[in-house]
Ligand binder design. Sequence first.
Ligand SMILES: [Zn+2]
Ligand SMILES: [Zn+2]
Length: 115
Amino acid sequence: MSTATENVRKLPGDLEFLTPLCPLCTEYTNSYPDGLQCDRCGIAWDSDGTNPERLDPDAEQCPSLYRPHHRCSHPGHTDEPEYRCWGDVGHDSKHYNPDSLYEWTTSGQTGEASS
Ligand SMILES: [Zn+2]
Ligand SMILES: [Zn+2]
């Protein structure tokens, strides 16, 4: 029979160290023996987070563009920015651009945000 004075607490599991967020895709980076890496973006950093390098320096940039739908009717607000995906050509994740809050999912040249 257990009473309120008995020690029934177990110890928690091991801690999980979170890696820094990738500044491009804002996902957690992966930790490797020689540093941190975003597999999604193909960028590697030293373990102290400096010295970013492309895993494949010759990779071509994904050609996908995103034009946000701008329904604002103010005059002068017609210049719609275009965001070019920062992924490598043929990447298998969503398109993304660090300047854009949007992600787009279409594989064509242009697309609309999925959310
Ligand atoms: Zn990333
Ligand atoms: Zn892309």
